[in-house]
Design a protein around this ligand. Structure first.
Ligand code: ADP
Length: 626
C-alpha cells in the first residue's frame, strides 16, 4: 500500500492534483485571513460605535438628573436615573452603571442592584473617566470566557464633573457571528478543495492519459511492433506531441525497413558473390563472412566469426597490419588441400585488404576480399612455360645452324663433301624451324579464333584414303601396313577439310614416327554416341606411351622422349593442334596407349543429322596394304 502511495505521489497526475489543491488552499487562506480580519474589524467598529452612541444618549439624559441628585430630591432623581438606565439596558441588552464623582455606584441596570449600589467601582477606565478623560474603553473576559466591551465616560453637566457612566456590553453575539462566518468560510473552502481535487483528477487525467498512451506506444515501438497509433484527441500541445510521435513511428518504420532491405540486399550480394568477403572489427576479429569465403579458406563459417583474421589467413599479426596499412594492400595466399596428396585441389587466392576509416578514430575495421586466381595463375604459369618452350625450341636449331655456318666460314666451304653435309644439316634445321613456326602460327590462329572455317560435307572414306595415299611412300619405305575400315552407314560429315586433314596428318605422322618397321597403322571410322557423332580412330602397334605421360600428352610441347621426338622432326605441338581443331569442330579427342603395345587416338566429329543405328552390322571395309 505504502509502495503504491509513494509510486502514485511520484506520478504527474498526483503532482498536478497536489499543486491545484495547494494553490486553492493558499488562495483561500489569503482571502480568508484578509476577509475575516476585515469583517472582524468592521463588526467590532460598528459594535463600538453603536455602544458609544447609546452611551452618549444615556449621558445626555443622565447629566441633568445627576445634577439634581446633588440638589434636593435625591430619591426621586435616583429613581429617574434608574428608569433611564433600565429602559436603555432593556433595549440594547447592555449593563449600565451611573457613578458619582467618587466612583460610587448610584444606580445600575443589573437586577437586583443591592450588590452594586453604594459600592465603589475601581476599574481603570472608571478612574480615567472620573478624571474627566473621554473614550475610555477596554475588552474584558468574563467568568464564562465571555468577551465584554467596557466603556467609561465622564458625566459632565455644564462645567462640572458629576461622575462617570460605566457601560458593559457583551460581545458574544459579535463573536458568534464571526464564528459563524468562519465556519461558513471553512466549509466553503473544504467544498472548493474537494471540487478542485476532483477537477484536478479529471484535468490531470486528460493530460496524463495521452502521455501514458505515448509511453505504451513507445514501449511497443522499442520492442519492434510498429502497429497501432497514439490517438490524437485535439490540436493542443499533447495532440501535437501525439501527432509528432505517430509521424516519428512511421518514419522510424520506413527507415528500419529501408535498413532491413539494405541489409538483405547486402546479405544476398555477399551470398551470391563469386568472391569471398570478410569484415573485421578494430581488433582484427572477423564479424562478417560470406559462404564463398569459407569455401575458399576451407573452414566452416560458424568457426570463423569472432576469430582473429591473422589466424584464419595464417599470417603474422605484424604482416597483416602492414598489408592493411600499406599501399601494397594485396597478397597471394596459397590454400592447400585438406587431405595430403590432393595437390590438384590446392588453390591460390588473391587477398585484398581495404581498411575502414572513421573520422577521428583511425582504422575501425578491415574489408578483406578473396579472389580465386588459381586458374589465372595456372594460365600465367603455362604462358611463361610456353614462352620458355618456344625460345628453347627455336634456340636449339638456331645454335646448330650458327655452329655449322661458323664451321663453313672457318674453311669447311673449301671441302665440298663436308660443305654439302653441313648445308644439308642447316637445311634440315631450317625446315624444322619453319615447321615449328607454322605450328605455332596454327595454334595462335586457333587460340585467337582467327582461323576461318570453311565447312563443307566430306565423304569420310575419301578423306581417310587420301591420308593413307599421302603417307604411302613413307609407309612403303618403312614396310608399314596400313588398314582403313569404314562403317557403311556413315553419311557425309560437315567439316573444314583442311583442318581435319591436318589433324589426320598429325595423328598418322605420329603413328608412323613411333611405330617400328613392319608395324600396322589402322584408320577406322564408325558412328558413335547414339548416332550423333562419327568417331575416327588412328591406331598403331608401335612403342606406345608410358601411363604416366598419357594424361599430359595433349599439352603443348609435351613429349615423352624429347631427344627422340626432336630427332624425328617433331615439334611437340602436333597433338595440341589436333585437339584445338577437333574442339573447334565441336568434337572430342582422346588417347589410349600401352607402353610397347601401341597407341590408339580417337576423335569425334558431330553429324549434322543424327543417324539411326538400325544396321549395326558389318561395314564396308576397305583394306589397303601398301
Ligand atoms: P611431336 O611433334 O613430338 O610428335 P605431338 O604433340 O604430336 O608432338 O606428340 C607428343 C608426344 O606424344 C610425342 O613426342 C610422342 O612422345 C608421343 N606420341 C604421340 N603419338 C604417339 C604414338 N602414336 N605412339 C607413341 N608416342 C606417341
Amino acid at each position: 500500500m505504502t509502495l503504491w502511495i509513494s509510486r502514485f505521489v511520484r506520478t504527474i497526475q498526483a503532482k498536478l492534483i497536489i499543486i491545484y489543491v495547494l494553490l486553492i488552499l493558499i488562495a483561500m487562506q489569503l482571502i480568508g485571513v484578509y476577509f475575516v480580519s476585515t469583517m472582524k474589524h468592521t463588526l467590532t467598529n460598528n459594535f463600538t460605535q453603536e455602544l458609544q452612541t447609546t452611551t452618549n444618549f444615556v449621558l445626555m439624559q443622565v447629566g441633568p438628573k445627576l445634577d439634581m441628585v446633588e440638589g434636593t430630591d435625591f430619591e426621586r432623581s435616583r429613581e429617574d436615573l434608574n428608569a433611564i438606565v433600565r429602559s436603555v439596558s432593556n433595549m440594547n441588552g447592555i449593563e449600565i452603571q451611573v457613578l458619582d464623582a467618587t466612583g460610587k455606584v448610584l444606580t445600575t441596570s443589573s437586577q437586583p442592584d443591592d450588590n452594586y449600589v453604594g459600592r465603589k467601582n475601581t476599574e481603570t477606565v472608571v478612574n480615567r473617566a472620573l478624571q474627566g478623560l473621554r473614550d475610555n474603553e477596554e475588552v474584558i473576559i468574563g467568568k464564562d470566557n465571555e468577551r465584554k466591551k467596557v466603556l467609561a465616560q465622564p458625566i459632565q453637566y455644564g462645567a462640572k464633573n458629576l461622575g462617570a457612566l460605566y457601560v458593559v456590553a457583551s460581545m458574544k453575539d459579535l463573536y458568534d457571528t464571526i464564528d459563524n462566518i468562519n465556519r461558513i468560510f471553512l466549509s466553503g473552502m473544504a467544498i472548493a478543495l474537494g471540487l478542485t481535487a476532483v477537477l484536478g483528477i479529471i484535468l490531470a487525467h486528460t493530460i496524463t492519459q495521452p502521455i501514458k498512451d505515448i509511453t505504451k506506444q513507445a514501449t511497443r515501438v522499442a520492442e519492434g511492433n510498429f502497429e497501432g497509433q497514439v490517438p490524437v484527441l485535439g490540436n493542443d500541445e499533447i495532440g501535437q506531441l501525439s501527432e509528432a510521435f505517430n509521424d516519428m513511428t512511421r518514419r522510424l518504420q520506413e527507415a528500419l525497413s529501408v535498413n532491413e532491405e539494405e541489409k538483405e540486399k547486402l546479405a544476398s550480394i555477399l551470398t551470391n558473390m563469386s568472391d569471398g568477403v570478410l569484415a573485421t572489427d578494430e581488433h582484427g576479429r572477423v564479424i562478417v563472412m560470406n559462404k564463398r569465403a569459407s569455401l575458399m579458406l576451407r573452414i566452416r563459417p560458424t568457426a570463423c566469426v569472432g576469430k582473429e583474421l591473422s589466424a584464419l589467413l595464417g599470417l603474422a599479426e605484424a604482416e597483416l597490419r602492414e598489408r592493411v596499412e600499406d599501399k601494397m594492400n594485396w597478397m597471394l595466399l596459397p590454400v592447400h588441400a585438406e587431405e595430403e596428396g590432393e595437390a590438384d585441389h590446392d588453390s591460390i587466392l588473391r587477398v585484398t585488404f581495404t581498411p575502414i576509416h572513421r573520422r577521428g578514430e583511425g582504422i575501425t575495421g578491415t574489408i578483406v576480399v578473396l579472389q580465386d586466381v588459381t586458374e589465372q595463375e595456372k594460365l600465367d604459369q603455362s604462358r611463361r612455360e610456353f614462352v620458355a618452350n618456344v625460345s628453347h625450341e627455336l634456340r636449339t636449331p638456331l645454335t646448330t645452324i650458327k655452329s655449322y655456318v661458323e664451321a663453313l666460314d672457318d674453311g669447311a666451304l673449301d671441302e665440298p663433301q663436308l660443305a654439302g653435309r653441313f648445308v644439308g644439316v642447316i637445311h634440315n634445321e631450317t625446315e624444322r624451324m619453319i615447321r615449328l613456326v607454322t605450328d605455332l602460327l596454327h595454334l595462335s590462329r586457333l587460340d585467337s579464333k582467327q582461323a576461318k572455317m570453311r565447312m563443307q560435307p566430306i565423304e569420310i572414306c575419301e578423306l581417310l584414303e587420301e591420308v593413307v595415299d599421302r603417307f604411302s611412300f613413307q609407309f612403303q619405305n618403312k614396310h608399314i601396313q596400313s588398314v582403313v575400315q569404314i562403317e557403311a552407314s556413315i553419311p557425309k560429315v560437315t567439316m573444314d577439310r583442311d583442318q581435319i586433314d591436318q589433324v589426320l596428318d598429325n595423328l598418322v605422322s605420329n603413328a608412323f614416327k613411333y611405330t617400328p618397321e613392319q608395324g600396322t597403322i589402322t584408320l577406322s571410322a564408325s558412328i558413335a554416341d547414339e548416332g550423333k557423332y562419327v568417331a575416327i580412330v588412328v591406331q598403331d602397334n608401335g612403342m606406345g606411351i608410358p601411363e604416366k605421360d598419357v594424361e599430359r600428352i595433349f599439352e603443348r610441347f609435351y613429349r615423352v622422349d624429347k631427344a627422340r621426338s626432336r630427332n624425328m622432326g617433331g615439334t611437340g605441338l602436333g597433338l595440341s593442334i589436333a585437339r584445338e581443331m577437333v574442339i573447334a569442330h565441336g568434337g572430342t579427342i582422346g588417347i589410349e596407349s600401352e607402353w610397347n603395345e601401341g597407341t590408339c587416338v580417337t576423335f569425334t566429329l558431330p553429324l549434322s543429322a543424327p543417324v539411326s543405328l538400325a544396321q549395326p552390322e558389318e561395314t564396308e571395309g576397305s583394306e589397303a596394304e601398301v
